[in-house]
Design a protein around this ligand. Structure first.
Ligand code: FES
Length: 157
């Protein structure tokens, strides 16, 4: 067991007595109470556990906490502004009423934020490609696509 300090949403968080091989997903959910990041497939194939690592999407089920010291990790809880105002992607999600059951949606939003940060005006093909690792059992793909288009028009990211 070890003590690990992670930078989560701009704040250093120390976890004591944790197995250093613990996947980030479980550190977030079970040790830090950040349960917006969801467990689904557990093998990095569905996108439900997506977080940002220095702004790039990362399936948090795949990476152990001991490899993340000094890295900036952003979870769904850190996507909105510090004053509580929503990120343009979140605003677009509401406008398009994207979520159905909602289970996959934190990972979808995180992936969309990463896309627009790296490519503020994505083409349809860019969106399809960037979001292809995020699965939705409810089939909300069309609304996700439209919400990303709307956020991109508003200058999201
Ligand atoms: Fe239900 Fe995506 S909204 S899994």
């Amino acid at each position: 067991m070890a003590s690990v300090t992670l930078n989560i949403n701009g704040v250093d968080r120390t976890i004591d007595d944790i197995d250093p091989s613990t996947p980030l997903l479980w550190a977030l959910r079970d040790h830090l109470g950040l349960v917006g990041t969801k467990y689904s497939c557990g093998v990095g194939e569905c996108g439900s556990c997506m977080v940002l690592l220095d702004g790039a999407p990362l399936p948090s089920c795949l990476v152990s906490v001991d490899s993340l010291a000094g890295e900036a990790i952003t979870t769904i809880e850190g996507i909105a502004e510090k004053d509580g105002s929503l990120h343009p992607v979140q605003e677009a999600w509401i406008e398009h009423d994207v979520a159905q059951c909602g289970y996959c949606q934190s990972g979808q939003i995180v992936a969309a934020v990463a896309l627009l940060k790296s490519n503020p005006k994505p083409s349809d093909d860019d969106i399809k490609s960037a979001m292809s690792d995020n699965l939705c059992r409810c089939g909300t793909y069309k609304r996700i696509h439209e919400a990303i288009k709307t956020a991109s028009k508003g200058g999201a990211a």
